[in-house]
Design a protein around this ligand. Structure first.
Ligand SMILES: [Fe+2]
Length: 302
């Protein structure tokens, strides 16, 4: 509605478009009718910060995993149905990729490693659903995602508050309801061509992951609520937060085409990027001023 605002294509830029393409290139998908909504007693920025946070996963979500949230694990099989010993190991999940884009968009989290790619090839149709990334090999997906996007399994945030979650099966909007409350909207995305029973399984899985009944959402929400309260304490307000860990250590790779990216381990680059972008937005007096001052896809350490 604002004639000064950039159009969607320009606003998304390369990194925002890759974030959307991580759903769009999976094939024909539909949004499930109905939106799950709930309010958490947190500042909305902590919910956004958390989507890039890969420190908390093993600890905050340990009880969900222990309760059987991940479902029964069947032994791995190769594509012919024979027992298979995966080449990848849990340490592969610490190899990360970060994409930082214009206007504040970012993607950060694990990247696909060589051993994981070998496993997908060897297991074929027996590869577990949550690590099946073979859709990325279609010519269309390879072109859309480019070098930077092909191997990212991180979480995209379309700045400021749209999280593309759970490998593109859920979308989350974080709507501020004052400084201490955030209304969360959850949309579920499923493969249009799956049999109905399979669609129901996917929807149930989504509801049990994020949303009011989501096991991971409840873990996260408790942390955001308590972090919000902790920042308003007498002592917490007396001192600035220390933002120096990892600063200056992210050196981007510059591909021939597409956005620069940073290959590293668990990090905070995307959180810094988000807060820095938020400060730029708050300081800019107009879209024209923001277009000049906004940070662009960095080509040096951040
Ligand atoms: Fe979490």
């Amino acid at each position: 509605m604002d004639p000064e605002a950039p159009d969607l294509e320009e606003y998304l830029g390369e990194v925002g478009r890759i974030g959307i393409d991580l759903i769009a290139e999976k094939g024909e998908v539909i949004a499930v009718e109905g939106v799950q909504k709930n309010i958490i007693g947190c500042n909305w920025k902590l919910a956004v910060d958390n989507l890039f946070d890969w420190y908390h996963v093993q600890i905050s979500h340990a009880s969900a995993m222990m309760s059987g949230y991940g479902g029964p694990q069947s032994p791995p099989l190769d594509k012919d149905g024979n027992p298979y010993m995966p080449r990848s190991n849990p340490m592969d999940s610490y190899a990360h990729r970060v994409l930082l884009g214009e206007y504040g968009h970012a993607i950060s989290g694990p990247r696909i490693t060589g051993p994981q790619r070998e496993d997908m090839e060897a297991m074929g149709d027996n590869v577990p659903l949550f690590i099946d990334e073979r859709w990325r090999e279609t010519p269309s997906a390879r072109e859309a995602l480019g070098e930077a996007g092909r191997d990212t399994r991180g979480h995209p945030n379309i700045f400021p508050n749209l999280w593309i979650a759970s490998a593109g099966t859920q979308l989350s909007l974080r709507l501020p309801r004052g400084p201490g409350h955030c209304e969360i909207w959850w949309f579920t995305i499923i493969d249009k061509n799956l049999p109905v029973e399979q669609q129901h399984i996917r929807i149930t899985n989504a509801n049990h992951t994020f949303g009011p009944a989501g096991m991971l959402e409840q873990d996260d929400g408790e942390n955001w609520d308590q972090s919000t309260r902790a920042t308003s304490g007498v002592v917490a307000r007396r001192y600035p937060l220390n933002f120096q860990m990892g600063k200056g250590l992210g050196t981007p790779t510059k591909p021939a085409t597409g956005p620069n990216y940073i290959d590293t381990h668990v990090n905070e680059h995307a959180q810094f990027w988000t807060y820095r972008s938020w400060a730029e937005w708050m300081d800019a007096e107009s879209w024209a001023a923001l277009k000049v001052s906004r940070p662009s896809n960095p080509d040096q350490a951040v």
